[in-house]
Ligand binder design. Structure first.
Ligand SMILES: Nc1ncnc2c1ncn2[C@@H]1O[C@H](COP(=O)(O)OP(=O)(O)OP(=O)(O)O)[C@@H](O)[C@H]1O
Length: 270
């Protein structure tokens, strides 16, 4: 197995997944979601987990969040094994209903700060208002989620996560349920926000284009159970380069890597 020892040229990663296998047990049945997956995440890096439906991307993200434990391998943060959720790792999901509907936008954003004891009320409110400003929703602080569009709800979910000042933001297809134009705008906003906060990001998607736009690095997973198929550098690409020959060539390469070994109908429809 490849050595992961840090050297002077490669500083120790913030988070490390080493040979991570994840399984679900339902009665007699055991479903293996990922098989011996390894990757590193460095400080201020944007890492994308890309792969077809069912390859275990969400499961990996939940494991990084500490919500499920590997049956094999380990996940470490600063060299220490993750044994449960923690305020340094926060998740943003795809679903628009991740915000309790009875709380205002402001109270939604303040809630994790208060519940985790990270900030007293006045400080939580100050921090919440600041991030709402950053995502352009300060004027909706006293609105309830049902009054917001899908994109606005996702902005609130991102604000709620960023208010925690996490070291690692875990995003599970956060824009997948949005229309194409809103999705593009949200990608742009996410990159602008990231430039301000520069936390590490693990972003799950099954869109090749989104992976190239959002990621510095892409971990490509094979179909069920997910194994690391390749790791690709995407530093060169951003929203400006979508459609350029280099972007298209890299997208083609990824497409080929994803589908070259998987002619089964199941994978072809993923
Ligand atoms: N709670 C669960 N109980 C049993 N099996 C599960 C559970 N959650 C996920 N699985 C199975 O684990 C595998 C990986 O699922 P996961 O949701 O992690 O994949 P994914 O790559 O995120 O898929 P998608 O892109 O469709 O969201 C799938 O076969 C799925 O059916």
């Amino acid at each position: 197995m490849q050595s992961h020892e840090p050297t002077a040229a490669t500083p120790a990663p913030l988070l490390r997944a080493e040979g991570v296998s994840l399984e679900y047990t339902a009665g007699e049945r055991v479903v293996r979601a990922t098989h011996r997956v390894s990757f590193d995440l460095h400080p201020a890096e944007r890492l994308v987990l890309l792969g077809p439906s069912g390859c275990g991307k969400s499961s990996l993200l939940k494991a990084l969040g500490g919500f499920i434990a590997p049956v094999e391998g380990r996940i470490t943060l600063d060299g220490r094994r993750i044994t449960g959720p923690g305020p340094q790792r926060v998740m943003v999901f795809q679903e628009f209903d991740q915000l309790p509907p009875w709380k205002t936008v402001l109270h939604n954003v303040m809630f994790p700060l208060l519940a985790s004891g990270q900030a007293p009320r006045a400080e939580a409110e100050r921090r919440a208002l600041r991030v709402l400003e950053q995502v352009g929703l300060a004027s909706f602080a006293h609105a309830h989620p049902h009054m917001l569009s899908g994109g606005m709800k996702q902005r609130v979910a991102i604000a709620r996560a960023l208010a925690m000042q996490p070291r690692i933001l875990l995003m599970d297809e956060p824009f997948a349920a949005l229309d194409a134009l809103t999705r593009r705008r949200m990608q742009q906003e996410l990159l602008a926000l990231w430039a301000q906060v520069r936390c590490s990001l693990v972003f799950v998607t099954h869109s090749i284009e989104e992976a190239l736009v959002v990621g510095h690095r892409i971990v490509l997973l094979s179909p069920h159970p997910g194994r690391v198929r390749a790791e690709l550098n995407a530093h060169a690409f951003d929203l400006e380069s979508v459609g350029s020959p280099a972007f298209q060539a890299q997208a083609q390469r990824i497409h080929h890597l994803l589908f070259e070994e998987t002619a089964q109908p199941e994978a072809a429809t993923a």
